[in-house]
Design a protein. Structure first.
Length: 275
């Protein structure tokens, strides 16, 4: 603890005599000795106080690690659950659920779960022994879609883009306005557009405009190069596109930007045309 934080220590230093004026009286010598001892004790006390604060912070971190370890141990010791999918609701208490292994069961539901959320297609966790619905699970999403959501546009704004003022105005009217002011479209009675096609030669600012949209609008953003969707197996590309739009629907408002769309939507050429 410094002198600024301890007024008593500062007062002792202010009353300390200079080296030129040495005390000659025995009483003054005793007083000086007591003041020096008190000053040392105050310095020692401040040091121990700082040490105590550090130990308290360390104990707090250890308690957090202890709680996390306890939770991990309980998770390891707990009995696993079966993942299933709700197919149909028979009544208020019974549901038909298809397990991940294939068979179907008529099961009950935990009392704390809201029945209105148990709709067809919802993923649930079943108890291993009683097959009771224990909790509702989030929708299964392809890992590639999660990688697409981890897009960092950087510090880009519309003000830092030059020469595209007309395109920026149109883009903000089509994308930003329906998200921030949807009541305007309801008042006029028109539906906002759901898609925008940015076209032009390479290097004209298409991807830069998309990054500016992601940086300025507070919405979820999925950045997907079209070349990443193409798969050699039949049906995988269509499945990935469905996963993207399902994820966007569950995390709306969400913007999907597909770069290099010509990789999956190129122009058709006639037989007599030279490529």
């Amino acid at each position: 603890m410094s002198e600024e934080n301890d007024p008593l220590l500062a007062a002792l230093n202010a009353d300390e005599p200079s080296q030129e004026q040495q005390p000659s009286d025995p009483v003054d010598e005793e007083r000086e000795r007591a003041l020096t001892q008190l000053k040392n004790r105050l310095i020692e006390h401040s040091q121990w106080e700082s040490r105590l604060k550090e130990l308290r912070l360390g104990i707090r971190d250890l308690e957090k690690n202890f709680d996390k370890t306890e939770a991990d141990i309980k998770a390891l010791q707990s009995i696993g659950q079966v993942i299933g999918e709700v197919l149909k609701q028979l009544d208020e208490e019974r549901f038909i659920v298809k397990a991940s292994s294939g068979p179907r069961y008529i099961v009950g539901c935990r009392s704390t779960i809201k029945r209105e959320k148990l709709k067809q297609g919802v993923r649930v966790a079943l108890d291993m022994t009683t097959l009771t619905i224990m909790r509702i699970l989030p929708r299964e999403v392809d890992p590639l879609v999660y990688n697409m959501t981890a897009f960092e546009p950087g510090e880009i704004s519309f003000g830092g883009i030059g020469g595209l003022s007309e395109q920026i105005r149109e883009l903000r009217e089509v994308i930003e306005l329906p998200l921030k002011n949807p009541e305007l479209f309801l008042r006029v009675g028109i539906k906002p557009p759901k898609g925008v096609l940015l076209y032009g030669p390479p290097g004209t600012g298409k991807t830069l405009l998309a990054k500016a949209v992601a940086a300025t609008i507070g919405a979820n953003f999925i950045f997907s190069p079209a070349s990443a969707i193409v798969d050699k197996y039949i049906g995988e590309s269509a499945r990935l596109v469905r996963e993207m739009f399902s994820y966007a629907k569950e995390h709306e408002p969400c913007i999907i930007f597909m770069d290099e769309i010509d990789a999956i939507g190129g122009r058709r050429f006639s037989e007599d045309q030279i490529l």
